[in-house]
Design a protein around this ligand. Sequence first.
Ligand code: NAD
Ligand code: UDP
Length: 314
Amino acid sequence: MSGSKILVTGGAGFIGSHLCRRLVADGHDVLCADSLFTGTKDNIADLMGNKNFEFLRHDIVTPLCVEVDQIYNLACPASPIHYQFNPVHTTKTSVNGTINMLGLARRTKARILQASTSEVYGDPEIHPQPESYWGRVNPVGPRACYDEGKRCAETLFFDYHRQHKLQIKVVRIFNTYGPNMHPNDGRVVSNFIVQALQGQDLTIYGDGSQTRSFQYVDDLVAGLLAMMASPAEFTGPVNIGNPDEFTMKQLAEKVLTLIPESKSKLVYRPLPQDDPKQRQPDIRLAKEKLNWAPKIKLEEGLRKTVDYFRRTLK
Ligand code: NAD
Ligand code: UDP
């Protein structure tokens, strides 16, 4: 259905900016609410003059009163250095902020989608991770403000659904990368590319044998749209990610082959506390319910991301 009024919280961030662009292109009227804590106006500069796009500087920890048909709740810093910068505010964003957005959805009868995360599985004992796995999260560690905040946000979604009959959609996003990532946000893909382009050594944490499964942002956006459009009875949670799994050492080597002029080497740094050892989504549910599967291979996505950083790095 084109022409819907859609609120995207966190719309000036990495994923949010791609989602806003796609929703505007599909003919929707998009309101992007963002505190600009990690997002930037640069990410949405091309949308600013569009009559179907509006930007509002707003922190979702404060209630928001607008009229909307759909809400994508993406607001929350996603990289460990940013979510650990003000951990109390990170928890408030996922708990108080989510209550505010659910309250808005209740009043407006909007369908609401939560950008949850593979971090709800913590450092998993089951591999790959299906949605039925309850996870292994340290509730008092440095990642807990993010992991437990997101777990509580899921709880709130399901309680609003059971108690107030809200139409909810919960998506567990696995590691995503692409253009518009913040060059200094510390996530591994942007770190390695920026380091390689700037001639710095690539910092591998630990021995580089830990794994992640990386999805290109366009695949994720397709998954978010498919989930929002799915029948009301399918609430999720549903994993959206690319199951192709790589060690961090393999990722570093791949990045170096894509930037052949780079003289960077690999250097090893201590592994951060509670860093998950492995992560790979089980995407059978997304395939079955949403007819969705990722299309973009790591090498192709990395090329596009390298091109972006070549253009934008100063
Ligand atoms: P990002 O940091 O680029 O974007 C987050 C956006 O939210 C930023 O624009 C930031 O300014 C905004 N924001 C933060 N706190 C806010 C608040 N209290 N009120 C209003 N705006 C606020 O991160 P991203 O990678 O684009 O992540 C978007 C969402 O997807 C997040 O909820 C994140 O938890 C989730 N997610 C991302 C990944 C990933 O790999 N990128 C993986 C799992 C889940
Ligand atoms: N990592 C790394 N070097 C870096 C940044 C991260 O080796 O410069 C590692 C990190 O320890 C983790 C993996 O890469 O094992 C993914 O880190 P990221 O912060 O991107 O995502 P998350 O840990 O939240 O999945």
